[in-house]
Design a binder for this molecule. Structure first.
Ligand code: FAD
Length: 546
């Protein structure tokens, strides 16, 4: 762990701002030394992950027989384990590289509160998303049922008020859209955009399916909708004459938030999905958010408990080979020892980009379209504060967003536990938006902890001038291949459809098979892979997906 005396050095400052991808954040240079800040870069395990490329093909002599090997302990892998467990098929093992389960939904904790390292909320699901409703019921998010049998969501998991505020001009305002100072034309365009999203949320195909649903597999495949995928969200807005800077910022905020992508990098289908899939059937009400202090880490902990000791942490999958009646999976355990499983079936719940590195059959001849899946990076930092920083205007909310910032701002980890004063933890989110994701990743990994701290404080310092004096520690998590990008012409491509087809006894399951990184998608693919295997085994069970 490093400690930093925040005497700003010009060079480090310039590099820090480059790390944010920003040039306009230079306003807040501290005039005097501030207290020491503790912390460091605490994840992810890039060095270990990159070993896959070095040790690929290495095979140990001894092999352990298992029924099912689930590779990857993120939401998709853990959801597959959950589906097997609920169906009474308990002969599985989960191999997870990191020292904790959860992948991009994992969480951490400190003396003040638990906090998220990635995913931090899920919108209230539609009642027909049965597996998600069941999972949320198991974690106590449902307090009862109404007269129609619909879930009543527990107060403590529905995001408390105030939910959102935006820093615009020199002060904070309620909500995400900066209404203060908006022109009549800005507001007209906002109204037209909202009406358009309502129209899409009410859209039904001939079979009565929603146009945009969560998970996306529940939605329509009508050509009229698929055509949207050929446009970028920027182009969609251009075609509607929506040039208002505030509206474009607002919609791009949604794309950066859910997809880690700009308006230009986002397919119009995905951009519309972000808004329309979260409106109710009438297109009137947006779904409320369910959240916990540790974000979706609460769901991870429950899923990991369900799988129990069958989750093996620190297990790096290095090689997968198909035999006539089984699949051999080689891995390195936490102590660096080589081991292997001989599994009758495999759920490959690793990100798709790893397939040509670890699947022997793909090494020499990768399937066409494999490289169509591209990933953006993220930096997430948890800032421990001895007290709340002062802010002008609307008070501290759960989600605190800065207009004109490359970051998404921060979420307050103590918000949901109702502690509105005293020490807290801010979870700060920065998507890396470079057009070339590889360059963005290199910059992410090159930037030092001290530079990240400097960049974060420069960004937040605009809205909270005294924040440096309150920050005790900053822990940083670097997500290299964080989120699949829903680029134009990708979501309905043959390349993406092919990625989901099994390779013999290997079934694929990861949110990137949807082209969008969301809990609903990860859960869907995990359960889908599990059910395909249960069917192959002739196992009798009730499907969650029908
Ligand atoms: C910063 C950030 C914020 C997000 N916020 C939200 C949110 O608020 N709500 C939401 O719904 N979604 C959010 N997401 C999306 C999130 O990715 C999904 O919700 C979901 O967690 C994806 O799960 P997954 O299992 O498909 O993938 P992953 O999380 O990628 O899981 C894959 C797992 O495989 C493991 N692994 C990788 N290589 C190996 C190997 N060689 N051997 C063994 N194991 C390996 C990884 O460690 C990981 O645990 C966010 C994502 C990020 C990055």
């Amino acid at each position: 762990m490093a400690a930093l005396e925040l005497k700003t050095k010009a060079l480090s400052r310039r590099r820090a701002l480059q790390a944010l991808g920003a040039s306009a954040l230079g306003a807040c240079v501290p005039s005097r030394p501030a207290p020491k800040i503790e912390g460091g870069i605490v994840g992810g395990n890039h060095t270990r992950g990159h070993r896959v490329r070095k040790v690929k093909g290495a095979r140990p002599a001894a092999r352990e027989d298992v029924g099912i090997a689930i590779l990857g302990g993120g939401i998709a892998g853990l959801s597959a384990a959950w589906a097997f467990e609920r169906a009474g098929a308990r002969d599985f093992v989960v191999l997870e590289l990191e020292d904790a389960p959860g992948g991009t939904s994992r969480s951490g904790s400190g003396p003040i509160t638990p906090y998220p390292w990635g995913a931090h909320y899920v919108p209230v699901p539609s009642p027909d998303n049965r597996p998600l409703v069941a999972l949320l019921d198991e974690v106590g998010a449902i307090s009862g049922r109404d007269a129609l049998g619909k879930p009543v969501w527990a107060e403590e998991v529905l995001c408390r008020e105030p939910q959102e505020r935006v820093f615009h001009g020199a002060s904070w305002h309620e909500g995400l859209y900066p209404r203060d100072g908006a022109s009549a034309e800005d507001l007209r365009q906002l109204g037209a955009f909202e009406a358009d999203m309502r129209r899409w949320s009410q859209w039904r195909d001939a079979a009565g399916r929603r146009g945009f649903a969560l998970p996306r597999a529940r939605g329509s495949e009508a050509p009229e909708l698929k055509a949207l995928d050929r446009l970028s969200m920027a182009r969609y807005m251009d075609e509607h004459g929506w040039g208002s800077a505030r509206l474009r910022w607002f919609v791009e905020y949604g794309c950066r938030d859910d997809f880690g992508a700009t308006l230009v990098q986002t397919s119009a289908w995905a951009g519309v999905h972000y808004f329309a899939a979260r409106l109710d059937d009438d297109g009137r009400e947006a779904a409320e958010f369910l959240t916990w202090p540790e974000g979706n880490g609460r769901l991870v902990a429950h899923l990991a408990r369900t799988a129990g000791p069958r989750v093996r942490l620190g297990a790096l999958v290095t090689d997968i080979r198909t035999e006539s009646d089984a699949v051999e999976v080689a891995y390195e355990d936490a102590a660096g020892r080589r081991a292997a499983l001989r599994a009758r079936h495999v759920v490959f719940a690793l990100p798709r980009f790893l397939a040509p590195h670890v699947i022997a059959a793909y090494r020499d001849s990768p399937p066409p379209g494999l490289r169509e899946t591209t990933y953006g990076s993220w930096m997430v930092a948890n800032l421990t504060l001895r007290d709340r920083p002062a802010s002008r205007g609307f008070p501290l909310a759960w989600d605190n967003v800065l207009y004109d910032s490359p970051s998404l701002g921060y979420v307050v980890a103590t918000h949901q536990s109702g502690r509105d004063a005293g020490p807290t933890v801010f979870t700060y989110y920065l998507p890396i938006l470079d057009e070339d994701p590889r360059r963005g990743r290199e910059r992410l990994l090159r930037t030092s902890w001290a530079e990240w701290v400097e960049a974060i404080l420069a960004d937040l310092g605009r809205a909270h001038p005294g924040i440096r004096d309150l920050v005790e520690r900053v822990d940083v998590y670097l997500w290299g291949h964080a989120m699949v990008r829903p680029r134009p012409s990708f979501l309905w491509s043959e390349a993406l459809a092919a990625a989901a087809r099994p390779l013999g006894r290997i079934h694929f399951a990861h949110t990137d098979l949807s082209g969008m990184a969301l809990l609903e998608e990860a859960q869907y693919w995990g359960i889908r892979a599990a059910e395909a295997i249960l069917r192959e085994r002739g196992h009798r069970f009730r499907s969650w997906l029908s």
